[in-house]
Design a protein around this ligand. Structure first.
Ligand code: ADP
Ligand code: MG
Length: 648
């Protein structure tokens, strides 16, 4: 007799649950995605004990008829795809038909659902995968799913759950970011005691960011918007019947293009991990290595390599260009043309930064100190209890990165909407209050000052130096401090890159070749980069077994610096773990030359030299950060000065 048998359905579901349902946040993710797929405009979540005891999600989506309400709990039962071809063109968040049966197999679940044009709805109760009750019921249109006692029948799983506040924070982070992806939808998240998030519908992403994170965060961000027609990217345009799709978030993907919207942070915002990077592809929250790589490329030479920006990106592309069927949790994807997407994102973020050229103010600089754990303020919905804060690790922690992220929730908006007495009632805003809140939010946005750009550098008048190191300068509306070394470094860095690109590097022959000893690892790296060094004006020849002779060098550099700079460069490349890519090598060489050739600190400068430096700095693409990512200028606005002197 054979030993192999097919597992019964309820065991298969439990196995699937192992992949799909890891913790309360993964249940919330699946249920939220279902509500969004159902076209909901109003989604309310209620939690108890960080979702361990209860998760209830109620939506006003399309609902289900009785037969569907039962079928939904069968494995691989879905309304979202029909055949294998559909799988290559998934336009919904769900498509595997696994979530509901998986969740129902490890919890006590109740479904209440009604479609709009039927008089009554259906209630289904299931525990540990067994259907207990199916009844007709008078219900509002839409769907409500209640999940109690998650993992009650899988104690091993339950043991691995973290504290209530940790689970809650994962859910808060997740819901927040889905709310960002769908500004047109009303989102609410409540715990037993708190309204964690109440976000009425707004007209655009910027307003939603303001609602969710507040003004301070919004001020640290630069909006990004870019489009690349597929024909230009060398990709086939989709067939006519698949063009101009209305996305679930209300935007449309124009015929055959890649589109990028969202926000990226100014260089002075520096996080210690990737926890504040959120990327959505066709409104799906994803974690993708090539996008992350594109972002670090974009921020190279703008922020230090050890820190990370805050990023909120929404990439829209034809559904056929992205494979979402990579992993059961659907957070991993595969681009069919990975390099095209990578370069598009990198270039869009880079040019956005170059265009905006934001300058950090003094306050910004203080705020920008890298902090490990900004906190989620979970506010008590009672007057005077606004200081209850819990630490919140970001959602991506769940996806495998050591993350933490910062949140500011929107109690202040509710206060603006006409009441200083924040009572639990206004946390479920009636329609009029909702409109008021949205209006308050829009007004606040309109008042928002346009971020100061570096264009005004050209109008500066230098006053003198502080300790022969920092240039003090003024214009009509601000006092500026410029770090003379890093300012010159930025100027030279861009000059070297430009000359290299145009193949007109200036170099000089040394009177006497300079001999430099190298260890074997350095020699190996030298072989890899010697061609690029040559194109940057170095002529280097082997000299004996362990040495090289430098005969020609870039004219910016003093001969006495050469040994140091070459050792430094080779060491950098030796330490690098990934394979060297040409662009990176070019940028590192340019950064090294710039650093060694730049005006030092503790150096007296003539007024004319200072003027020259400021003029040249104004011409650079990225005058706000040195090639190693340090700030170049600080701006103290007239307003800040007047405030400090209590004149306003
Ligand atoms: P999938 O989302 O992959 O299709 P699920 O197991 O998550 O699989 O859901 C099964 C089906 O149940 C969905 O295809 C959908 O038709 C229906 N469904 C689930 N949640 C909702 C909801 N909130 N509103 C309407 N229909 C829903
Ligand atoms: Mg689903």
């Amino acid at each position: 007799m054979g030993r192999i048998h097919v597992l019964p359905e309820h065991i298969a579901n439990k196995i699937a649950a192992g992949e799909v349902v890891e913790r309360p946040a993964s249940v919330v993710k699946e249920l939220l995605e279902n509500s969004l797929d159902a076209g909901s405009r109003h989604i309310r979540l209620q939690l108890e004990a960080g979702g361990k005891k209860l998760i209830r999600i109620s939506d006003d989506g399309c609902g289900m008829v009785r037969d569907d309400a039962l079928l939904a709990f069968e494995r691989h039962a879905t309304s979202k795809i029909r055949n294998a071809e559909d799988l290559t063109n998934v336009a919904t968040l769900g498509f595997r038909g696994e979530a509901l049966p998986s969740i129902a197999s490890v919890s006590r679940l109740r479904l209440d659902t009604r479609v709009q044009d039927e008089d009554s709805g259906t209630t289904v109760e299931i525990a540990g995968g067994k259907i207990l009750r199916v009844e007709e019921a008078g219900l509002p249109p839409g769907t409500s799913i209640t999940v109690r006692d998650l993992f009650f029948n899988t104690p091993a799983r339950r043991k691995f759950l973290k504290s209530e506040s940790t689970e809650l924070s994962h859910i808060a982070s997740l819901v927040t970011h889905y709310a960002l992806a769908h500004p047109e939808t009303h989102f609410e998240l409540h715990s037993t005691t708190n309204a964690i998030l109440v976000a009425p519908p707004v007209g655009h992403l910027r307003a939603r960011v303001y609602q969710v994170f507040g003004k301070d965060v919004l001020e640290q961000l630069i909006p990004i918007s870019a489009e690349l027609p597929l024909a230009r990217a060398g990709l086939p345009a989709p067939p006519p019947w698949k063009r101009t799709k209305q996305e679930s978030d209300g935007t449309t993907t124009s015929p055959g293009s890649l589109r990028l919207d969202g926000f990226v942070s100014k260089p002075e915002v520096q996080k210690l991990n990737r926890g504040s990077i959120y990327t959505f592809v066709n409104s799906r929250l994803v974690r993708d290595r090539s996008i992350q790589h594109a972002l670090s490329e974009a921020y190279r030479n703008v922020i230090p390599p050890t820190v990370f920006p805050v990023v909120l990106l929404f990439l829209h592309m034809p559904h056929a260009e992205v494979d979402v069927n990579v992993h059961p949790s659907k957070t991993e994807i595969r681009f069919r043309q990975q390099a095209v997407v990578h370069d598009f994102i990198r270039d869009a973020v880079r040019s956005t930064m170059v265009k905006a050229r934001p300058v950090p103010g003094f306050v910004g600089e203080i705020r920008a100190r890298p902090t490990a754990t900004p906190a989620l303020a979970v506010h008590q919905p009672t007057a005077g209890a606004f200081d209850t804060a819990q630490s919140i690790p970001g959602f991506l922690l769940e996806l495998g990165s050591p993350a933490s992220t910062s949140f500011h929730f929107i109690d202040q908006i509710q206060v603006k909407a006409g009441s200083t007495n924040v009572s639990p009632q206004i946390l479920t805003p009636p329609a009029t209050a909702t409109a008021q809140i949205a209006a308050a939010c829009d007004t606040a946005l309109a008042e928002d000052s346009v971020s100061e750009s570096a264009a005004s550098l050209a109008t500066l008048k230098p006053l003198g130096q502080l300790r022969d190191s920092f240039i003090l300068a003024v214009n009509q509306d601000a006092l500026w401090i410029i770090d003379q070394h890093v300012a010159h470094e930025r100027i030279l860095f861009e000059k070297v890159l430009r000359q290299r690109a145009e193949q007109r590097v200036e170099s000089q022959r040394l009177l006497m070749p300079i001999l430099i000893e190298l260890n074997p690892a350095q020699q190996a790296v030298l072989r890899d980069i010697s061609e690029e060094l040559e194109k940057n004006g170095f002529e280097v020849e082997p000299f004996g077994a362990r040495s090289i002779a430098v005969k020609v060098a870039p004219s910016e550099l003093e001969a006495s610096e050469l040994e140091h700079i070459l050792h430094e460069l080779l060491e950098q490349f030796c330490r690098q773990e990934q394979a060297l890519n040409l662009e990176q090598v070019r940028r590192q060489i340019a950064a090294s030359i710039a650093c060694h050739a730049a005006i030092k600190v503790n150096m007296t400068l003539e007024a004319s030299k200072m003027e020259w430096l400021l003029r040249e700095l104004a011409k650079t693409d990225c005058p706000m950060a040195c090639p190693h990512g340090r700030p170049v200028v600080l701006r103290y606005s007239m307003k800040e000065i007047q405030k400090a002197f209590k004149r306003i």
